[in-house]
Design a binder for this molecule. Structure first.
Ligand SMILES: Cc1ncc(COP(=O)(O)O)c(CNCCCC(=O)O)c1O
Length: 455
């Protein structure tokens, strides 16, 4: 067991000063990573998979460095988390300072100011000019679970509607809300009751205008559930794991209007889209909607585990005292990281950088598509862009091509993530701390992998 292996190569210091290069000195995995992965197989539950066969030792800017000295271009941000980078100096300093003061008291037992500071910041930066309150948790799924609890308490109703291709977490209720069976739900049932599924606006596949797609949903809500039974509608403004599906204009506002008219709580799950990722502080702004409740996590705290429900004060206050909480919710170190991250989001040009990155991604992918119609659709906003791979004649999903391209990219030292109900989408979620040259080099590798793929 390698507790302190002095023979190991010097571990580079992470953060933005890490050499910003793609460098492969071994195959992947290299020998040291292979050793760690062999121990993982013996010690870690088989259900905990991994995408990139490395043991990471440092990360920052736009790279992840492994135990063998390989430097990989990161186009995944640890699934949309390290938006400000893997060790932003402001975040790292805030974390170190808080850790030296205290790591935990439990906010429900001995409260502390930084939790309140984060709640005040979330109430300020989230969409909606109305009075808001927040509650802090540890994961996106936990935030979603609590948003549903709050909506049910506020309305006294039980039914909840989620959407085709939606993703909301891996707990029992969030699995019920999530659409895709494998790998998220298969064999883990029974799932929570009173969860219903509505058709999503998926312009590339349904060809519907936003109003038409919304009318289809509203008819289902009224005829199959009944507004008086419905506590909440929950949707990702841009669906993440389901395939970076951007609804048609008008879809979301029409559903929000129906919810308002029928006393149904509209919940925007911005765990993946939130905090500058889409070139806006929140994706809800793109579609002109003000959610009653919004769930956030991932990018909120520069890599530290923090999540939140933020929304209309009168809804957030529906719970009796003690009805919301959890041991670690709003951990002080995570709160310190979040305050530093929110400062970066608000003051360091990160939103503008997301738009710049989005332009590079959209332009490069569109150029590739011009010579390869197997890319059926390119979509997204800001630094949240995806390519859907299909049979050019039939638009049938091409998951085999998607997997082959992703595998080849990773083998060439570029971390890309797939997604989509049909497994036929490659998503691009680079850290906003990545440089243009490195981003373009990563896209060069993607283009070459696609050109070489025969699936
Ligand atoms: C919209 C949206 N809501 C909720 C969640 C859940 O957030 P947790 O922090 O993973 O619980 C997500 C997490 N998405 C990545 C999960 C990856 C995986 O588990 O394989 C999301 O995207």
């Amino acid at each position: 067991m390698a507790l302190l292996d002095t023979a190991a190569p010097a571990v580079p210091l992470g953060g933005p000063d890490l050499p910003q290069e793609r460098r492969l000195v071994t195959d992947l995995p290299g020998p040291r990573s292979a050793e760690v992965l062999a121990r993982k197989a013996d010690a870690v539950a088989a259900g905990v998979g991994h995408t990139v066969p490395i043991a990471a030792v440092a990360a920052g800017g736009g790279v992840v460095v492994d135990a063998d000295g390989n430097s990989l271009i990161d186009l995944g941000s640890g699934i949309a988390v390290t938006t400000v980078g893997n060790a932003h100096p402001k975040v790292a300093a805030a974390v170190a300072a808080q850790a030296a003061q205290f790591t935990h008291t439990c906010f429900m037992i001995s409260p502390y100011e930084s939790y309140v500071d984060v709640a005040e910041a979330l109430n300020r930066v989230t969409p909606g000019g109305f009075a808001k309150k927040s509650a802090l948790f540890n994961s996106g799924a936990e935030a979603v679970e609590n948003a549903i609890k709050i909506a049910r308490k506020h309305t006294g109703r039980q039914a909840v509607v989620a959407f085709d291709h939606g993703y909301h977490g891996r707990t029992n209720l969030t699995m019920a809300l999530t659409a895709k069976s494998m790998p998220y739900k298969s064999g883990f049932g029974p799932f929570a009751p009173e969860v219903y599924r509505a058709p999503m606006s998926y312009p590339f596949r349904d060809g519907l205008e936003g109003g038409e797609a919304a009318a289809r949903v509203i008819l289902q809500l009224e005829k199959q559930i009944g507004a008086d039974n419905l506590a909440a509608v929950i949707i990702e403004p841009i669906q993440g794991e389901g395939g970076f599906i951007v609804p048609a204009d008008g879809f979301l506002p029409a559903i929000v209007d129906w919810c308002r008219a029928n006393g149904v709580v509209f919940i925007a799950d911005e765990v993946q889209t939130g905090f500058a990722r889409t070139g806006h502080m929140f994706a809800s702004e793109i579609f002109g909607i003000e959610p009653d409740l919004i769930t956030t996590a991932k990018g909120i705290a520069g890599g530290l585990p923090l999540a939140a429900v933020t929304g209309r004060a009168e809804i957030m206050d529906a719970s009796h005292s003690g009805g919301l909480g959890g041991t670690y919710g709003g951990n002080p170190i995570a709160c310190a990281a979040a305050l530093a991250s929110i400062d970066v989001f608000e003051n360091d040009g990160v939103i503008e950088r997301a738009r710049e990155i989005g332009t590079i991604l959209m332009d490069r992918l569109t150029a590739i598509q011009e010579s390869d119609p197997r890319i059926g659709d390119i979509r997204g906003h800001g630094a949240m862009i995806a390519a859907e791979f299909v049979d050019p004649e039939t638009k049938a999903p091409n998951a085999a091509l998607t997997a082959a391209v992703a595998k080849a990219c990773i083998a060439q030292g570029v971390i890309v993530l797939t997604c989509g109900t049909y497994g036929n989408v490659i998503r691009f979620l680079p850290p906003l701390s990545i440089g243009d040259d490195l981003l373009n080099e990563g896209l060069d590798v993607v283009a070459a992998a696609l050109a070489a793929a025969t699936e």
